[in-house]
Every structure is written in C-alpha cells, then in structure tokens.
Design a protein. Structure first.
Length: 740
C-alpha cells in the first residue's frame, strides 16, 4: 500500500505515506503504559517556535520523546521493537524515493520530518538509528535543500549526518565519532564520488559544514595514499602517524584555507599548508616519515583542488582560442584571414553549451571557464593596470546589459555570454549569472588586495592607505551594482535567484565584528567605515579598526530596531543566533556593520525591488516554512523576514541621506503602502521613518496634528496610541484624512 501511495501522481498522496508512518510511530507509545518520572511534575514539551535546534550539537526535531525507563533497565521494550520495525519500512520507502527520482519538495520535507522523528531523541540524533539508512537518501535531501534554499541550519545538519554516515563506530552510541572509527570509502561510490563532496564544499556557508566536508576530503586523501603504499609494497600509515598531522592541519585552519583556495581558484594551497606545519613535526622521533606523509597529503590536496577549479587539459586548446579571439570583430577577422572559423566558433559554442547545459557538472566547468576569461580581462594585457581594468570591466558589464551583441563595441564575448545567462527562460541558468558574479567579485577583491599590498610597500601614508581601501571597496561595489541591476531590470521572479542576489548584496556591504566588539541591536547600520566589503570569513582587529567607525549624522538606526524587535512576531531566539552565518541576521543583532559610504553607491532599486519581490516569502506555504525554512520562509535567522527588514533599513538610510533616492522609490506614498505590510517589522520601521521625517520637515504641522491626536487618545483613554510609532503614524494619517 505504501509503495502504491509513493507511486501516485499526486504529491499529496505521496506525502500521506510519511504521515502514515509518523502516525504509527506516535501510536507505538500506546503499546506500553507511560512511566512517570518522579522528578518531573509536568510533561515536558520540546516543541518550540524555532523548531530546528537548541544548541550547536542538536539536530532538528519534531519533539520526539521516548520513555527511557525501560532502556535504563537494559531490556528491550515492545516500543523499541515496534519502532525498529517501522524504521526498517521507512528506510525502504526513503530509498524508493531516491530510485524513483522524486522531485517534489513537499514530499522530501515530509520524509525528513518523519526521519527526524525516529532518529532523534530530545533534539539529538541517535547514531545507531542511522544504521540501515542508505547514504543516497541523505544526498538526495542535501540536493533538495540546496535546490530549494532550505534553512541554513537544516542544510548544515544534513551535511553533519552525511559526514557521520561515512564512519563505522564500534560503540554506536551517539552521533559523534568515538575512538578508532572506520572510514567507509564505499559510501563515496554511492553518492557519485568525491565530486559531490567537493561541490558541496565549494558552496558551504558555515564553518561547521566546511569542517565536516573537509574531514571527508582528508579521509579520502589518506585512503588514496595508503592504497598507493599497499600497491608499492610499503607499510600503511597508522592512526598514531596520522593524528599529529591532522591536529596540526586543524590548528592551521586547513578547512578554511582549502575553501578559500577553491573560491578564488588559487593554486598551491597544499604546499602552503605543508610549509606552515612541517617544522612542528621535527619534535617527533619519526619526523621523516611524517614529513613524507604530509608532503603526499599536500600533493593530493593540490591535485583535487586543481581538478575542480580548472578545466581538463583536453579543453586547453579551446581556452587558448577563446582568449585569443575574445571580441566578435576579431573572430570575424580571423575567419577572413587565416581560416580559423570552425575552431573559433567551436570554442565559443562549446563554452555556451556548457553554461546552458542541464547537467550541473557541465555548467560548473562552464562557470570555471567563463570566470577565467573574465579575470583575464583584468590581469592580462600589455600594460596591466588592475584599478583601471576593474573599472573598465564594470562599464562593459553595464553596457552589455542594455545592448545587443550585434552592436559594434569593445565588449568581449565573455561578458556577452555572462549577461546572456540572464536571458534564459530557465531559472537555474539565470542563477549561473549570480554564481559567476559572486566568484568574480571575490577574485576582483583578491586582486585589488594584492595591488594594495604592493602599493603599501612603497608608500606608508596612513591616509592614502585608507583612501585606497575605500577606492577598492567602491570598485567592487560598482561591479556588483551594475550586475545586480541587470537582475532587477529583467524583473527576476524566481525566489531562489532573488535570495541569492540579496546574499551577494549583503556579503559585499556587511562587515563582521568580533564578539568582543559586538554592538547593540541595529547600531551596526549607523556605522561607517572606509574598509571595503568583506566576505563572511573576514575578521577585524577590535582595537585598530572598529575605532575608525563614524556615525551618520542625525540618523539613529537603533531607534527603528530596539522597540520593533520586542514587539515583532519575528523576534529572533538568541540561542539560534550563534549558529547562523546569515549577514542579515548578524546585522540585525549588532554582530555586523554596514559602511554607509558603500550604501550610497548602491542604486536604490537594489534595496526596494527585492523588498517588494519577497513580500510573500515569509507567509506563503507556511507548512514548508515551519518544516524546513524553504525559500526564505519561516521564522528563522536570515530568512526572508530578516532580509526584508535589512533591505528596508538600508533603503531608509539611503533615502535619509539622498533626497533623490527618496523620490526615486516613490516618496512618502511608497512608505505609507508599507504600513499595510504583513511583516510587522517592515510596517514598524516604515512608520518610524515617516514619523521622524514629519517631525523634522513639517514640525508645525506635526505639532498641530499631535495635539489633536493627544486629545483623541485622552477621549478614548488609549495612551498606546502615542507610545507606539506605528499606532501614532496611523492616528496621524487618520486625522489627515478626516481633515483635522
């Protein structure tokens, strides 16, 4: 019957199959009488408003609670036997979903909820309950999570589950690996090889994800090395030899170093790690053998990274042709002069096909190829001027976005191809534009950093150095603004792409601060800094740099923030904040800042357009929002509610400093419409802004209307009308409509 339900063409019917399994699990507790814990006077409830976790080591739970008294006696209960039977059935139908290539998100969300009910106890996963689960199920859940932008916490914990399923532990107690775990290399074959791990590693948002995925990469490299030793008749490396190197690599922050190497396409990171820790191995009696192992690990890391960040050698000739004939005019000229028509056309057509392919692996190769061509526009040429080339690149992207490639220009074909991704009718292809842009911005910043370091060696003037940092930040922001404006111009409707757009925007505008220098909620938005935008891993010296922050005159962000968070239904649970990597959540909690000099360079449309587009994200399909935080839904840190609140605050800051931006968005009428927004924070911030604007620009009118409002409040005995900016603004608008 369950198989028939899963084979149904109706998604609701397939979801019901997991509801049935879940019901069986709930009713299993009726097989035995409930044993009351004498130390407890009430039934515990582990359901919470934020249904995802209570601490870093806990996984999402639907509040599964099991009687522990029987387990303490060491006997097997009827409940355990029944649940074990149900669990076997669940694992079979989960594998069936994989085999039938289930695509419906709601089905996978129900499957995950059902799975977590059985494998979780009081918020923690029982490792022994994962035995028998096919690792391909977790892979499918991860792919679904990535495709539908599930909550970062859900995705992170799925990665954690995947990592643990690569190990066989003798005691099989709790989730984390105990002594002498056995790495199951065969699991890699089931998920499609190391390529899947590396792909997830390149897109990982949190340090926890990168640490877990790095662990798999490290074990894979060790397996290859030991396999080579066996083939050569040499002895394998044991745990006592591997452990010192693993510890030193962890101290050298190898997971983050490899991640940045992948992001930036930098070669030789394995060798850099080897040099950084090789001297520490000299104190070991077997240091020669350890250094040999370290050298092999470094070589393997370099080889894996190179295979992922660079195209295969079979494409090298095609790449050279695209670099040589990068303009449409030069391509046509070559056709006439030396007859390279077919080769040149084939090269560019191959790149186009890769970028628009349905297969992820092909698109990834296309992104790498296109990214190299775009960076070549900055780094190559007879007279390389990084600053000038970055600025020219920004202008060419802006030009290509509004003109046709048939128009004669100096815009290279690589930029035409990049902008052409936005013209695709497939949202995943348009997402490729944002992916390439994100990598381009990171690599531009890396090149500008190198250029700044070279300049600082010859000139140590602090003011010029500060100006250089501001110029560097402005250059990157200008490229981002030109590119993201194209996304707004095509009126992108896919929510995943809009969320990705916002992620890029905030990653360039926001700067993290160290916990010791964290500032009160919202005040990060009133700070200004000459530093450029930074990626999520950037750290800042508390003593030297935070002191450079300056307040924006007459604009206090905390006035909008503090009271709103206490009243809003979207207030954030502080226990979850430590787990988030979302810049918006960190910003709203005072753990990040926004330099207003950079906000001034961003078009107002990049703030108000996604603000409107994401209006229904937090409330539509509430079930998926509660279950997995799909597509920005749900009451979670960094979800659409946080994104919209941050966009509005940045827009308010821009409109306060720039009257033209205020008129561009529609003036007071735009903000009055936001008073009806379903998100309480959006309505509150808008009312506070309008109220303050009326107080400063129309003080006499405000004073007169306020007196009338006070009289009305006294008559109705409603003092709340004056305490709350939202209610006060509503009251003033009502008086205005009544002609009072």
């Amino acid at each position: 019957m369950l198989e028939e339900m899963l084979n149904s063409s109706k998604a609701a019917c397939r979801v019901r199959a997991f509801d049935l399994i879940l019901n069986l699990g709930v009713h299993a507790h009726l097989l035995e009488p409930m044993l009351i814990n004498d130390t407890s006077t009430a039934i515990e409830e582990e359901y919470s408003q934020e249904s995802f976790c209570d601490c870093e080591e806990q996984l999402p739970t639907q509040g599964n609670q099991k009687a522990n008294s029987v387990d303490k006696l060491g006997t097997s209960s009827a409940i355990d036997n029944f649940e074990s039977w149900i669990l076997n059935i669940l694992y079979e139908i989960l594998l069936l979903l994989v085999q039938t290539e289930e695509k419906e998100q709601s089905v996978w969300a129900s499957a995950l909820s059902c799975l977590l009910y059985f494998v979780c106890d009081r918020g923690k996963i029982l490792r022994n309950r994962l035995e028998g689960l096919d690792i391909r199920v977790i892979k499918a859940l991860i792919e679904t999570s990535r495709k539908n932008s599930w909550a970062e916490l859900v995705h992170s914990k799925l990665i954690c589950m995947l990592t643990n399923m690569f190990y066989q532990v003798s005691d099989g107690s709790m989730m984390f690996v105990s002594t002498n775990p056995v790495f199951l290399i065969d699991q890699l074959d089931l998920i499609g090889g190391i390529e899947f791990i590396f792909y997830e590693y390149s897109l990982a948002n949190s340090r926890e994800e990168r640490r877990n995925l790095y662990l798999i990469l490290f074990e894979y490299v060790l397996h290859q090395i030991n396999e080579a030793c066996i083939a050569a008749g040499l002895s394998e490396y044991g745990d006592n030899e591997i452990q010192p190197i693993a510890t030193l690599l962890a101290l050298a922050n190898a997971p983050e170093a490899l991640y940045m190497s992948v992001k930036l396409g930098v070669e030789g990171i394995g060798e850099l790690l080897r040099r950084s820790i090789s001297s520490a191995l000299s104190r070991y009696p077997n240091n020669e053998r350890l250094n040999l192992l370290l050298e092999n690990i470094a070589e393997k890391f370099n080889a894996i990274i190179s295979s992922f960040t660079h195209l295969d050698k079979e494409f090298s000739h095609l790449i050279e042709i695209t670099q040589s004939y990068k303009f449409l005019e030069s391509l046509e000229s070559a056709i006439l002069t030396n007859g390279v028509s077919m080769k040149a056309k084939l090269s560019w057509a191959t790149l186009h096909s890769l970028l628009h392919s349905e297969r992820i692996a092909y698109r990834r190769n296309g992104y790498t190829w296109l990214g190299d061509l775009l960076i070549a526009e900055i780094t190559e040429g007879s007279n390389v001027n990084v600053w000038l080339n970055v600025k020219e690149l920004q202008g060419k992207i802006a030009y290509a976005g509004v003109h046709d490639s048939s128009v004669s220009s100096d815009v290279p074909l690589s930029i035409w191809l990049m902008c052409g991704l936005l013209k695709s009718k497939h949202n995943i292809i348009r997402w490729g534009f944002l992916f390439v842009l994100e990598r381009l911005l990171m690599r531009c910043k890396f090149l500008l950093d190198e250029n700044e370091m070279q300049s600082s060696r010859s000139n140590d003037a602090s003011q010029e150095h500060a100006d250089s940092r501001l110029d560097k930040a402005n250059a990157v922001i200008d490229i981002m603004s030109s590119a993201l404006s194209l996304v707004a111009q095509i009126n992108e409707t896919d929510r995943i792409n809009i969320l990705k757009m916002c992620d890029i925007l905030f990653s360039q505008l926001c700067l993290k601060v160290l916990p010791a220098t964290a500032i009160p909620n919202g005040e990060g938005m009133q700070k200004s800094k000459v530093n450029g935008g930074a990626d999520e891993n950037k750290k800042f010296d508390a003593g030297g740099r935070i002191s450079q922050l300056e307040k924006i005159d007459d604009f206090r962000w905390n006035e909008f923030m503090e009271k709103a968070d206490s009243r809003s239904s979207y207030s954030i649970n502080s226990s979850l904040m430590c787990n988030t990597t979302s810049m918006t959540a960190l910003l709203l909690q005072g753990q990040a800042i926004v330099p207003m000099q950079l906000v001034a360079r961003v078009p107002a449309a990049l703030f108000y357009w996604p603000l409107i587009q994401l209006a229904g994200a937090a409330t539509d399909n509430i079930a998926l929002g509660v279950a997995v935080g799909s597509k920005g839904r749900g009451n979670l840190p960094g979800a659409a509610s946080d994104i919209r609140a941050t966009l509005l605050l940045l827009l308010i800051g821009k409109c306060t400093a720039d009257p033209f931006a205020f008129q561009e968005v529609g003036g007071e009428e735009f903000f009055r419409e936001l008073l009806d927004d379903t998100d309480s924070r959006v309505a509150y911030y808008s009312s506070a802004f309008l109220l303050k604007r009326m107080m400063t620009e129309k003080p006499d009118e405000y004073k007169h209307m306020l007196q009338n409002l006070i009289f009305k409040a006294q008559q109705s005995n409603n003092e709340k009308l004056l305490e709350n900016p939202y209610l006060q603004m509503r009251g003033l608008l009502q008086l205005s409509n009544d002609g009072l």
